[in-house]
Design a protein around this ligand. Structure first.
Ligand code: NAI
Ligand code: MG
Length: 348
């Protein structure tokens, strides 16, 4: 190893809101125990930042991510309806994090479904999340009608399709299913389908590429999730289906996600700030820990990523230690302790 590859890698750490600080503490303790070469720059965002500086996404936080190009982020609370725009969406736009990668794997056998191993690749910047969303007054009602427009571009569709196909090849996956609603949203999701299927021709013989309409896909996922390998889809459908696949394998407490762009990558859990259990010490840190394992893979420390995943398996399956969302009784502190024992056992 060259000295430079041993130098710690600067990375931004955002504890976030609600259960964020509890699970972030748990995860950084585990990363420290395995000697992950990360130099954290801790920064605020979300309600935690509003209380301090009135800005949910302070310039210091943005500057840090611009510098590091790498972040681990706790969940951020977004007020529903009014209030400020989702910080998560703003971060994706600011750093052009066009690919949202959300794996769902059976971790605990004997649950609803065994052998689920799906990776959902969601277009993260376009579609119905571009924010062309407004009310039109009718008579005396300022909210007499509501209008939303989606935008999918050929270039954006190409970029995400390329990412999904290359991801599939790199990770030894065999099939990519393009999910759309091109029978109804003929232009908006038609361009996405058409672009992906055109590009699929380049991968003939290396990947099977098929397509599904989103509603049929949602049903097929419940009937037999093992028929899916990689799912490639647009922003809104990806948001919905990624929660669905998380539910197939034990829920949000286990589901990680990566937001990948050209100049930055932000890793986070799929779940939100869980205000209902914040501060109670019972949050499951495993979703964020799995996101940290994806981050280790991303910075080419796949050996460390493997140690983390093995420890998660050992704790959940061999030790049977689980938090309440998984039907267990362990607190965040207890499961963190178990994970720490399991990572240190591997290092011996
Ligand atoms: P949520 O994911 O925070 O919670 C849904 C349910 O799952 C709750 O019952 C919660 O207790 C449970 N849960 C979530 N994570 C858990 C964990 N690690 N361990 C144990 N139980 C867990 O979704 P909700 O309630 O819809 O959103 C709360 C806030 O989070 C909102 O302000 C929302 O905008 C924000 N949010 C932020 C996200 C992010 O920062 N990436 C993603 C999703 C929501
Ligand atoms: Mg979501």
């Amino acid at each position: 190893m060259t000295p430079s590859s041993q130098a710690p890698i600067p990375a931004t750490l955002i504890p976030g809101d609600g259960i964020g600080p509890e699970i972030v503490t748990s995860v950084t303790r585990i990363l420290e125990a395995i000697g992950a070469p990360l130099a954290w720059e801790t920064q605020k965002a979300g309600m935690a930042a509003v209380t301090e500086s009135l800005d949910p996404l302070p310039e210091a936080t943005l500057a840090s991510i611009r510098r590091t190009g790498l972040a681990l982020k706790g969940p951020l609370t977004t007020p529903v309806g009014g209030g400020f725009r989702s910080i998560n969406v703003r971060l994706r736009e600011e750093f052009k994090l066009y690919a949202n990668v959300r794996p769902a794997q059976t971790l605990i056998p004997g649950g609803r479904y065994d052998n689920v191993d799906i990776v959902l690749v969601r277009e993260n910047l376009e579609g119905l999340y571009v924010g062309f969303d407004h009310y039109i007054p009718i008579d005396n009602d300022p909210h007499g009608a509501a209008i939303s427009s989606g935008v999918n571009t050929r270039a954006g569709s190409r970029r995400i399709a390329r990412y999904a196909f290359e991801y599939a090849i790199r990770n030894g996956r065999k099939k990519v299913t393009v999910v759309h609603k091109a029978n109804i949203l003929k232009a908006l999701t038609g361009i996405f389908l058409e672009t992906a299927m055109e590009m699929a021709k380049e991968y003939a013989g290396r990947l099977t590429v098929d397509e599904r309409i989103v509603d049929a896909c949602a049903m097929q996922l419940v009937l037999d999730p093992t028929q899916f390998d990689v799912i490639l889809t647009t922003n809104l459908f990806g948001d919905i289906l990624s929660d669905e696949i998380a539910g197939l394998v034990g829920g949000l407490g286990l589901a990680p996600g990566a937001n990948i762009g050209e100049n930055a990558a932000i890793f986070e859990a799929v779940h939100g700030s869980a205000p209902d259990i914040a501060g109670k010490g019972i949050a499951n840190p495993i979703a964020l820990l799995s996101a940290a394992a994806m981050m280790l893979d991303h910075i080419h420390h796949t050996d460390l990523g493997r140690i983390v995943r093995q420890a998660i398996h050992d704790v959940l399956v061999t030790d049977g230690i689980r938090t309440r969302d998984l039907g267990g009784t362990a607190s965040t502190e207890e499961i963190t302790g178990a994970l720490l024992s399991r990572v240190t056992a591997q290092k011996r």
